[in-house]
Write a protein that binds this ligand. Structure first.
Ligand code: ZN
Length: 113
C-alpha cells in the first residue's frame, strides 16, 4: 500500500489542475511553508450534478496529481493566471512568462539571464 500524498510532501509554490471530481473546474493551489494549510482558488463553473463534497480522498487525489506532474501543474498555473509559480506575482516580461518565473525568483534559484 502506497503512502497518501499530503500537502506536506509538496514544494511551496503555486499549482493548477482540473478538479479530480469536476471537469468544469480548474483549481489553483498555493502550497505554503511548513504546516500552513494550502490555499485553493476555483476557476470555471461547477458541472451540474457533480458532488462538490471534498473529503480526504479528494485532497489525496489533488496532492498526488501535483506530486506526479509538478511541471505540468506549475505550467497550468502560469497559463491561467499569468503569475510566477514560485511567489505568485504577476509576470510582465516575455522571458519571465516563458519560464513561468519572475526575475527575482529566477535569480534566487540560481538562474542567469
Ligand atoms: Zn516569483
Amino acid at each position: 500500500m502506497g503512502a497518501v500524498t499530503t500537502f506536506l510532501d509538496l514544494e511551496p509554490g503555486y499549482y493548477a489542475l482540473t478538479d479530480p471530481y469536476d471537469p468544469g473546474i480548474v483549481l489553483a493551489i498555493r502550497i505554503r511553508a511548513a504546516s500552513q494549510r494550502p490555499v485553493f482558488t476555483q476557476y470555471g463553473k461547477c458541472t451540474e450534478g457533480v458532488s462538490r463534497k471534498r473529503g480526504q480522498d479528494w485532497f489525496a487525489l489533488v496532492f498526488a496529481a501535483i506530486a506526479r506532474d509538478t511541471a505540468a501543474t506549475r505550467a497550468l498555473f502560469v497559463e491561467i493566471t499569468g503569475k510566477c509559480y514560485v511567489c505568485g506575482r504577476k509576470l510582465t516580461d516575455p522571458n519571465s512568462k516563458a519560464r513561468g518565473i519572475g526575475p527575482d525568483c529566477w535569480a534566487a534559484l540560481g538562474g542567469g539571464q
